[in-house]
Design a protein around this ligand. Structure first.
Ligand SMILES: Cc1cc2nc3c(=O)[nH]c(=O)nc-3n(C[C@H](O)[C@H](O)[C@H](O)COP(=O)(O)OP(=O)(O)OC[C@H]3O[C@@H](n4cnc5c(N)ncnc54)[C@H](O)[C@@H]3O)c2cc1C
Length: 507
């Protein structure tokens, strides 16, 4: 081939810019020319402000310091998601799903063992918050930033302003040599064999490339609209398709967890940033109108009508039948979306880009590697879907048709049925998850947190054995409290950084 390998990315949302940075970094020593085309008048989805620990890995891979990007994106730390009101009939008001850190290796076994005993009807503590460092840090609003002499690697996610993150990543990508074009793609030319040959823009350009990346969001411009790759909907067991979003003021003491509170026909997120708290109500339009959702969100937040500007949006859940077709791969909302619970979308973006790079390096355009990539990505998405679906299936709310319909819904995958069956039969869930083929982001600890957090247990046995081998929350609590002494509050960590940045500027 003469000249560099030409890659064209359509879309400048978080997915497009993450992909551009990763590709520019990984292929920095190859002859590759990357162009990103975005239509500023269309804009980005403008939500998606919570991450898993994979965003930490993304910044490590592209070599950008945490303090630098966090300050630019109004970002805060995230150690947990706190679920409130999902299982009131079990008597559990809320529970947390933490990101496991290296130190949790010492307590996970105790948690799993206690869950096993509780499944036998024994009265032992099983509240996830009491067994993992994230629970202790969240309670004290401490940032998961360990001092150098803390001998365990910390894992955590972030909250961030998605608009600012996009701009930050754009500047980084351009500095790495990515060409940025503000153009509206109006038509797509196909070659004789069916591959994409070029993009035609409203401004009159013709942009040729050897490979195309569809990051055009829900527009699905290349994969769906041009290559006509079918879309497989998840609506059968994920009912939510709309959201209403409103910001509120920042509290003095910034939380280090995302709030996920069940409401009448969905759930509300609460994402604390340094500049605002992002709130949104994700709901099903089959059960609630947009006006009703807005009124319910305002009432949940204690806002009067007109007090803060709201934004309504709709989305579709599902995934493409193929994520890589011919000379095009889809990444981000263009490839599919599960729903925002557990904030896995950017995690899947990172997975998709990394797997694409690996497969492309191994096999170029060969069908064998393309098929393996497609199977891998579909499976990752389906496994995340199982975990999200379980949140709805297991709910014990009775206040609306929405929650009853979710509980009664039997459209569950074989893998999910096996997981629930194993749990309720009191068999070894960790072993099953090991055996289940697949690349789930959610391991045994996550499933134990979910099932415990919902109180998915039998009645307590009438006779309690006195010789049960279990861990008390006091034993584990003392250990975790000791670990937490090494950490400072998030507010203190961010204020110190701000002070350091201001002092550098004034030098
Ligand atoms: C309610 C909701 C909450 C969410 N919460 C989370 C969360 O907490 N965590 C998480 O990880 N994810 C979340 N997500 C998902 C997250 O928002 C997205 O995965 C992320 O923002 C990436 O979006 P994107 O880049 O794929 O698409 P978009 O941001 O929509 O970007 C699409 C891009 O394509 C461009 N484009 C479209 N058509 C054309 C055209 N014809 N010509 C040129 N350019 C074009 C647009 O200009 C834009 O730049 C949420 C999503 C929703 C709907």
């Amino acid at each position: 081939m003469n000249g560099p390998f030409r890659l064209a990315i359509v879309g400048g949302g978080t997915a497009g810019w993450m992909a551009a940075n990763l590709l520019a970094q990984r292929w920095r020593d190859r002859s590759v020319a990357i162009t990103l085309i975005e239509a500023p008048e269309i804009g980005t989805i403008g939500v998606g402000e919570g991450s898993t620990p994979s965003l930490k890995r993304f910044f490590e891979v592209v070599g950008i310091a945490e303090a630098e990007w966090m300050a630019a994106c109004d970002a805060t730390y995230k150690v947990n998601i706190r679920f409130s009101g999902w299982s009131p009939a079990s008597g559990i008001a809320d529970y947390s799903h933490p990101f496991l850190t290296q130190v949790d290796v010492h307590t996970e076994d105790a948690f799993t063992r206690n869950c096993g005993n509780r499944r036998l009807g024994l009265d032992v503590p099983t509240r996830p918050d009491d067994f993992f460092l994230g629970g202790a840090l969240a309670l004290q609003r401490k940032a998961p930033v360990a001092p150098a002499n803390f001998p365990f690697r910390m894992e955590y996610g972030y909250h961030f302003d998605s608009g600012l993150l996009g701009q930050f990543l754009r500047d980084q990508a351009v500095a790495r040599g990515v060409t940025h074009l503000s153009r509206h793609v109006e038509a797509v030319e196909r070659a004789e064999g069916g591959e994409i040959a070029a993009l035609r823009t409203r401004e009159g350009d013709r942009i040729e490339a050897d490979f195309f990346i569809d990051c055009s969001g829900f527009a699905g411009l290349l994969m769906q609209r041009t290559l006509e790759v079918p879309f497989h909907s998840f609506k059968s067991n994920l009912f939510n398709d709309a959201a209403v979003v409103v910001p509120t003021e920042v509290p003095a003491d910034l939380p280090v967890e995302t709030g996920a509170t069940a409401l009448s026909a969905g759930w509300a997120w609460s994402i604390p940033l340094t500049s605002r708290v992002g709130n949104g109500y994700v709901y099903s339009s089959d059960f609630l109108s947009a006006d009703e959702a807005e009124a319910e969100l305002r009432s949940h937040l204690g806002l009067t009508e007109g007090e803060a500007p709201v934004r309504h949006l709709s989305f579709r859940v599902g995934q493409l039948q193929r994520h890589w077709d011919r000379n095009c791969v889809a990444i981000g909302l263009a490839q599919g979306f599960i729903e925002p619970l557990e904030a896995t979308a950017l995690h899947l973006v990172l997975n998709t880009v990394e797997q694409f790079i690996n497969r492309f390096e191994q096999g170029g355009f060969t069908a064998q590697h393309r098929d393996a990539f497609n199977a891998d990505i579909s499976d990752r998405i389906e496994r995340v879907r199982d975990y999200i679906v379980a949140h709805y299936k297991l709910n014990t709310r009775s206040d609306s048709d929405y929650w009853r319909a979710n509980r009664e819904n039997d459209a569950l995958s074989g893998n999910l049925l096996e997981i629930l069956d194993t749990w309720f039969r009191r068999a070894d869930l960790a072993a099953l998850l090991e055996r289940q083929k697949g690349l789930s982001h959610f391991g045994s600890a996550s499933w134990h947190c979910l099932l415990s957090g919902y109180g998915a247990y039998p009645e307590l046995a009438t006779e309690q054995r006195s010789d049960t081998d279990f861990y008390t929350d006091r034993q584990i609590g003392a250990f975790l409290q000791g670990c937490a002494l090494n950490f400072e509050t998030q507010s203190a960590v961010l204020a110190r950084r701000q002070f350091a940045a201001a002092s550098t500027l004034s030098l």
